[in-house]
Design a protein around this ligand. Sequence first.
Ligand code: SF4
Length: 412
Amino acid sequence: MSADPEETKSRAALSSCSVGLRECLEATRAGHELTFEQGLLLATAADADLEALVSFADTLRHEAVGDAITYVVNRNINFTNVCFVGCSFCGFGKGSGALDAYSLSVDEVVRKAREAWDTGATEVCIQGGLPRDLDGFFYRDILRAIKRAIPAMHVHAFSPMEISYGVDKTATPLRDYLQMMKDEGLGSIPGTAAEILDDRVRRELSPNKLPVARWVEIITAAHELGIPSTSTMMYGHVEEPADWVRHILLLRSIQKRTGGFTEFVPLGFIHENTRLFKHGGARPGARREEHLRVHALARVLLHGAIKNIQVSWVKLGFETSLACLKAGANDFSGTLMEENISKAAGATFGEYVSPQDFRRMIRSIARVPAERTTTYKLRHLYDSHEGPAAPAQPQLNLVQSGAHVSYAEGAY
Ligand code: SF4
């Protein structure tokens, strides 16, 4: 009987790495949760150790979720770029008097959601800046209007920062506010505004942003009320590998309590047009090795807790995304169908991947495309051949590999 190729690959990886790393990976294989120190060993793996980590993470991915690479057909709607928070890593937020400041009405948001639905989207991802004069019930009104117009549309909306803002603006207790939003049709929450869940790092990135304890409180309350969320981490700026490990272990501990995270999304820092890079001493985003390390680390540390690791093609470009999908990740994110963010960065390309292009890219790395819902129910598994053979390198005229757009929450 021939050996399982995944098992063979995993054994080869373990045999070529250092003793310390091998012990960590074997502990994971035996079902143990890794400690902070073990996580740090993974987070700093280089050369043969990094290769082993990536290969092992890919095998774990195969065991946990199989060979499908999922994606969701969705649209990002960033309803305003007016924001007073002033995060130093953000090229999206503008002052209310800026020439390129914009705000969409509820009707315009609904029109965009309708357009998305008519072209096959099952989800709208809605986030925006925080204008000082925002009506406290604007978020609720958006939900209400979309669900009235398109009852079956999944509304994935409002970061913990926005939830916190809505709570403050309406002077409503957190759980009551979240329950109201759920009753109005909120399907899930983007786990953005997390950046790095360490108050020391957050003070450098954005002193006006909600502290770690509040982020955790909001996410936990949402999960307890039956509102799932994603989880994210922004890396490649002023943080260190130890911060990744603490961040991911915190997410793991929340997940063990609530089970409410649908996925983990590492978000590579986009440095162009940001104060954090120009004046804050940040490095210019992660290099390819670091992207691989973070995705593989997440797969191993979250093994048994969060099943889905998502690549953000908006941040990584396609080539690096495909590499990370061979390093532990299993989800390609969404089609997005929106242009605001790339325009904000001065880019000339669009910000949309068609489902067909997703499928071509997925097949180009010998995996199986599958469209999913927001909460990872499979809508369609494309396990038989369709259309012309995939090119060796995806040839798309949309976002090019390595092209960057400015950071905006929800752009993943
Ligand atoms: S990241 Fe979000 S909260 Fe921070 S400045 Fe940008 S739009 Fe505002």
